[in-house]
Design a protein around this ligand. Structure first.
Ligand code: ADP
Length: 326
């Protein structure tokens, strides 16, 4: 009921009378009053005038289904959203529900208290400053191909930022950078049998409206936010809806036809590493080389110091610039 009333208020420019709501949904005035109060508790500003009714004045900056749906242009991704004000980790929650849930269900939180990066690293996720979400996928393919889904995530974020007027680059395979600093990280996790995927979770964290002072000291040299770089507050709802829409657009051809060419093209054209001297880090060891290209399989082609040219592809590899973060 609450969401139906919200939808009605969103559609109307003017006041909606209690009587018309009551008639439309067949509910009592008391039930309407309760729903309105619950919306107000969630930060909706609603004006109410006796005999005139209710009018939605403003909506809160929250990433619920009701708030992002106007930006969602998808068949299945984001049709169902588990929304949390605060959670330990959206990837962890997504894993907990993945067996019961369908492909495309997402978990979104305004804050993560134990946000994770790869290899057990931390992902800072301050409240309402970023976008933190995880998508549940169930592609029928061999586990070998899963790493490519990270590239789809990266391409979707890069495209979405471009659409919102922000130029960014992809630091193969899982980060998005602006001016050499990270604004987004992607963490792909999988549950599979030998030859069959049970589910894949794509977790995406974007630093959206953090101020300079809100970036923790220890990562200041390599982290930034969209607001810092674009010098403008960014609409989190629009960005999340756009990322989900672009993700689906790139995912469907891959899932159904194993076609990942558009994603590769985006990763190549917006690469932060191609042509650069890099460190290819694998655990605590690294090799120096030069990134030459990204091939059709999504692998990074690297010419190492010894002259060997190798295709690098592993979810565990990290790339660094020789002199700085990238
Ligand atoms: P890496 O980029 O080092 O290969 P990950 O992709 O797993 O590793 O990202 C995790 C790392 O990113 C953390 O160890 C930390 O240095 C950094 N980090 C943590 N939170 C953020 C954030 N909100 N924005 C940018 N970087 C972050």
């Amino acid at each position: 009921m609450r969401n139906k009333i919200l939808e009605l208020l969103k559609e109307s420019e003017d006041f909606v009378s209690g009587e018309s709501i009551s008639k439309k949904f067949g509910v009592t005035r008391a039930a309407i009053w309760k729903a309105i109060n619950s919306l107000k508790d969630d930060g909706y500003e609603i004006e109410s005038i006796p005999r005139k009714g209710y009018k939605l004045v403003s909506s809160p900056d929250i990433l619920t289904y009701e708030e992002i749906k106007e930006y969602l242009d998808t068949r299945f991704i984001g049709n169902k959203i588990y929304y949390y004000d605060s959670i330990d980790s959206t990837n962890k929650m997504a894993k907990d529900i993945a067996f019961e849930e369908k492909e495309g269900v997402i978990v979104v939180a305004e804050e993560q208290t134990k946000g994770r990066g790869r290899l057990g690293r931390t992902w800072e996720s301050p409240k309402k400053k970023g976008i933190y979400f995880s998508v549940i996928l169930k592609p029928q393919m061999t586990p070998m191909k899963v790493a490519k889904l990270t590239l789809i995530g990266a391409a979707a974020v890069c495209l979405s930022l471009k659409e919102m007027g922000i130029e960014s680059k992809i630091k193969w395979p899982n980060d998005i950078v602006i001016n050499g600093k990270k604004v987004c990280g992607i963490l792909t996790e999988m549950n599979s049998e030998l030859n069959m995927i049970n589910y894949v979770i794509i977790g995406i964290g974007v630093n959206v409206n953090l101020e300079e002072s809100e970036i923790p000291e220890d990562i200041k040299h390599k982290a930034t936010s969209l607001k810092i770089e674009a010098k403008n507050r960014i609409d989190r709802k629009k960005l999340l809806g756009t990322i989900l829409s672009k993700f689906e657009e790139l995912y469907i051809p891959f899932r159904d036809e194993e076609n990942i060419s558009r994603t590769i093209e985006i990763c190549r054209n917006s690469s932060a590493v191609i042509g650069k001297e890099i460190k290819v880090m694998n655990g605590s060891t690294y090799k120096l080389g030069r990134a030459l290209d990204i091939n059709e399989a999504g692998e990074l082609i690297v010419e190492f110091e010894d002259g060997n040219i190798e295709n690098v592809f592993s979810g565990e590899i990290s790339i660094r610039g020789v002199e700085g973060y990238i």
